[in-house]
Each structure stands twice: as structure tokens, then as C-alpha cells.
Design a protein around this ligand. Structure first.
Ligand SMILES: [Zn+2]
Length: 351
């Protein structure tokens, strides 16, 4: 086999000469390397070819109808510049190398698009919901890109949302639990990736008030957001849901004055929710906002009161808050300047 460059195959001078040839190639290079990737392949060949052992299989590859065309193109192109010292393995390794680089870039780019840990993602504001903005503007599918844990409501206020382990549950006004279509929209929701940092064991009878005190003692910083997951056995659980509304939408206080409520006894399940700082007034619910889903995923709703027998409470501190707002005509035209704190208190605890 004729190897014109065997005299100095691995020397810096040899590589330099080849690099000069590449530069000189001009029109010939453009003809042989029609795409950018092939040119990158050649650069690699020039730089790293000494790392790979030689192969005499070039001829077989070029004659074989089964050999992929990209390989033949690469070999032909590289041969034009390097002579017969080009190796099949070089071309394959370069292809693999380029694929790995591409994969690496994909991972980095897709990683940049994923929200960071410890971030509360929220769409719309609680005051917009209190004002009667029930038309959803982002889909459940979109919501799951911002977390696998959370609470909210649905288009037209059609039930309470519980998101647990990446599954969205819809507790409708009839008290039953549904799995909504991924295209179903939401007007208000808060989501996060739940990575618990603290765990509180619950071994004695614990009601809503006692649970608040337990969590407050364990998470004393009132100025951060906390995601809360409580799993266990409940002697009693009282929840509510809301019924889908028709336009013109009434304010939330009016809707919840006739809310369907559900009493469960001796039920195992999970509470999903958040504790928000006092300064989120108007944006989210200051303090605790909890939703419930039973272990068999058949019952649930917005938590009004409960008595827990035993279980555990996991807490995740969220020091980042991402608020996304609806770019809709209704949102633009609603007066969100007045204080709706009193309405919120009535709505949240069903008073
Ligand atoms: Zn709620």
C-alpha cells in the first residue's frame, strides 16, 4: 500500500504540512467537503489521527455496497488530502466523536431549559382568580415542565388540582377524582420539583392548627416559600371543591359560598401544598394552602380541616419564585389594585 506520508506520519512537521494542504485545498476542499460536519471531521483527523492504529480495510470499505455513504465520503475526502494514510477507524471514530459532542450540546441546552431546584413556579395571581379570571391560558402538559408537585385549579374553575409524583389529579365538584387531558388548561397553579429537606414525624392526633405549629417550628423562616407533603392516616378529612362556572364568571367568594364539601373518615392519603410568605398578598396565599388526595386516588379536594392520626410531613425549602402572568385581554382589563385579603380568607378556609 502506498503511503506517501509515512516518513513523518506522527511528527508535528507532518501534521503541519497536512494542515497547509488543507488550507491550500480551496475549491477542491469545498467540493469534497460539502457540509460543515465533514470539514470538522477532517480537522479531527489531522489533529488526532496518530491516536488510532492503522487499518488496511480502506479498500474493502470503498468496494462494499453495504458500507454507509457518510463513511465513503469521509474516506474519499480525507484521502484527497492525507493520501492513503487515512484509516477507516479514524472516520468511524470521528463520526462517533461528533455524535457525542452533539449529544453533549443537547444535554447542556436542554438542561438550561429545566427550572432549577427549589423554585416555586406559579401561573397567574390569586387576586386574578378571586376577581373571576377562570379561563385557563396554559396547559397541564406545559405545567408539568415546571414541576411534578403542586396545586391549582382548572379552566372555568372546574375543580381542585393536586399534582403528585408528576400526575395531575382533578377533584371535581362531584367529589370524584379525574385525570385531566394534558391539553386541559389552568388559570392558576403553583408547581415545584419536590426534594424534601426536612421530615417531621407525626405520632399523635394532629389537626390543621397543630400541624401549622409543627411546621412553623421546623421551618422558622417565614420569608421563604415551602413545599409541604404530608402522608398518613387521617381520622377525619374535610375538603371542598368548586363547580365549573359559566360566563359571565362570578367572583370566587360567590362561587365558594355554595361550595360542595366532602367529609372523609379513616382515610389514608397525602396532603400537597405550600406555605407562602406574608408579603405575597395579592399574588399567592400567605400562609398555608393545602390540597388532599386519598391513597386510592378516588377522593380529595381543597383542605378545610382534618385530624391526623399518624404519618410524616416532608418539607422542601424553596428560595426561588418564578411568576408567569397571563397575556390575555381579561387579565389586562381586570382591576387588580384593590386589597382582596378579606375575600381570600373567606375563600381559603370556607368561612
Ligand atoms: Zn385550594
Amino acid at each position: 500500500m502506498d503511503r506517501p506520508q509515512d516518513n513523518a506520519p506522527n511528527s508535528r512537521l507532518g501534521l503541519k504540512n497536512q494542515a497547509t494542504e488543507v488550507k491550500k485545498g480551496g475549491a477542491e476542499m469545498k467540493r469534497l467537503f460539502p457540509c460543515f460536519i465533514s470539514r470538522i471531521q477532517l480537522d479531527f483527523l489531522l489533529k488526532y489521527r496518530r491516536w488510532y492504529p492503522r487499518s488496511r480495510a480502506i479498500g474493502r470499505v470503498m468496494d462494499s455496497p453495504a458500507a454507509p455513504s457518510w463513511l465513503k465520503t469521509s474516506i474519499r475526502a480525507a484521502q484527497a488530502v492525507l493520501g492513503n494514510t487515512v484509516m477507516v477507524r479514524d472516520c468511524i471514530q470521528m463520526k462517533k466523536c461528533i455524535l457525542w459532542i452533539g449529544f453533549g450540546i443537547f444535554i447542556v441546552v436542554s438542561g438550561c431549559g429545566t427550572p432549577a431546584r427549589n423554585t416555586l413556579f406559579q401561573t397567574s395571581t390569586i387576586d386574578a382568580l378571586l376577581a373571576g379570571l377562570y379561563d385557563g391560558d396554559i396547559s397541564c402538559r406545559h405545567l408539568l415542565k415546571h414541576g411534578h408537585f403542586g396545586i391549582g385549579t382548572f379552566n372555568r374553575l372546574d375543580g381542585e388540582m393536586v399534582v403528585l409524583e408528576g400526575t395531575i389529579y382533578q377533584v371535581k365538584g362531584d367529589g370524584k377524582v379525574y385525570k385531566p387531558d394534558p391539553n386541559c388548561k389552568t388559570p392558576f397553579a403553583a408547581m415545584c420539583y419536590f426534594n424534601p429537606e426536612k421530615t417531621i414525624s407525626i405520632n399523635t392526633n394532629t389537626d390543621y392548627k397543630r400541624l401549622e405549629r409543627l411546621i412553623d417550628a421546623s421551618a422558622p423562616n417565614q420569608n421563604l416559600f415551602y413545599a409541604i407533603r404530608i402522608t398518613g392516616q387521617f381520622r377525619s378529612m374535610k375538603t371542598r371543591s368548586v363547580l365549573a362556572q359559566k360566563k359571565p364568571y362570578p367572583p370566587l367568594k360567590e362561587v365558594t359560598s355554595n361550595q360542595p364539601e366532602f367529609d372523609m373518615n379513616n382515610v389514608f392519603g397525602t396532603i400537597v401544598g405550600f406555605r407562602c410568605p406574608p408579603y405575597v398578598n395579592g399574588i399567592n396565599v400567605p400562609g398555608y394552602h393545602l390540597h388532599f388526595i386519598s391513597g386510592d386516588r378516588t377522593r380529595g379536594g381543597h383542605v378545610l380541616s382534618f385530624e391526623m392520626i399518624n404519618g410524616r410531613c416532608d418539607v422542601d425549602i424553596l428560595e426561588k419564585f418564578f411568576l408567569r402572568l397571563p397575556d390575555t385581554k381579561d387579565f389586562a382589563e381586570t382591576d387588580l389594585s384593590r386589597d382582596r385579603n378579606k375575600e381570600l380568607k373567606d375563600v381559603e378556609r370556607g368561612e
